[in-house]
Design a protein around this ligand. Structure first.
Ligand SMILES: O=c1[nH]cnc2c(O)cc(-c3ccc(F)cc3)cc12
Ligand SMILES: [Mg+2]
Length: 214
């Protein structure tokens, strides 16, 4: 069976990165996806913004919506303090399989729980099944049409508290206009826009930080 792009990214990492070294995993995914095949990783420019917003938040409990190959999962997990909890949700089983191997190769297997499934099914299970009380940091990077319904579901399930950070990728390209309008006008978030560029391209993109007011 012919391999997929995501499997080729995994092979490049396994053959070129240093086992147990998250930075070398990140750098090699960026190298492959900028020089050989574009892939929808958050990338190094937006990734640096993600790093900085995450460091400011210094979270105990993190949720990622959209694991893909695990690039941002590795970026986040490498910066978490000991004992922090990190759950990441991926709908596509083939993507989840690649991500688990990349996360393990980076030496971060014990810091992350990869959950395969639909975010709208998983989010309501976080409190009871996954023993989550509140989320300090949520990285939203899955399907653009799910940004708004999933954010509202997080609110409805009582998973956000005063100061919870919701950081969303791609609010320019491909764009998440309904999500942006909601977080900027509903009165429950303090929003900051971080202009940047689409991963590995010259097109404009941005991250949006929405801090829940509680
Ligand atoms: O679907 C996406 N999920 C998560 N992140 C994405 C991401 O960073 C970029 C894109 C994307 C951007 C431009 C384009 F021409 C085609 C796809 C999609 C996703
Ligand atoms: Mg993205």
């Amino acid at each position: 069976m012919s391999e997929t792009k995501e499997q080729r990214v995994l092979q490049f990492v396994l053959q070129n990165a240093i086992r147990g070294d998250p930075k070398s995993v990140i750098d090699n995914i960026d190298k492959y996806c900028s020089q050989r095949e574009w892939a929808m990783n958050v990338g190094d420019q937006k990734g640096l913004i993600l790093d900085n917003v995450l460091k400011e938040s210094n979270p105990n409990t993190v949720l990622e919506l959209g694991t893909y190959c695990g690039y941002s999962t590795v970026r986040i997990a490498r910066l978490l303090k000991p004992g922090a909890r990190f759950l990441t949700v991926e709908f596509n089983p083939a993507f989840a399989a690649v991500a688990k191997q990349i996360i393990e190769f980076a030496g971060l297997k014990d810091k992350v729980q990869v959950i395969e499934g639909n975010t709208q099914d998983i989010i309501p299970q976080l409190k009871k099944k996954y023993e989550v009380d509140k989320l300090d940091f949520v990285f939203v990077d899955h399907w653009k049409d799910k940004y708004l319904p999933d954010t509202q579901l997080l609110e409805k399930c009582g998973l956000l508290a005063k100061g919870s950070v919701v950081l969303a990728d791609n609010v320019i390209t491909p764009g998440a206009p309904e999500f942006l309008k909601y977080v900027r006008t509903c009165g429950r978030y303090d929003c900051t826009n971080y202009p940047s560029f689409l991963e590995y391209m010259d097109e404009r993109d941005a991250l949006e930080k929405a801090v829940f007011r509680g």
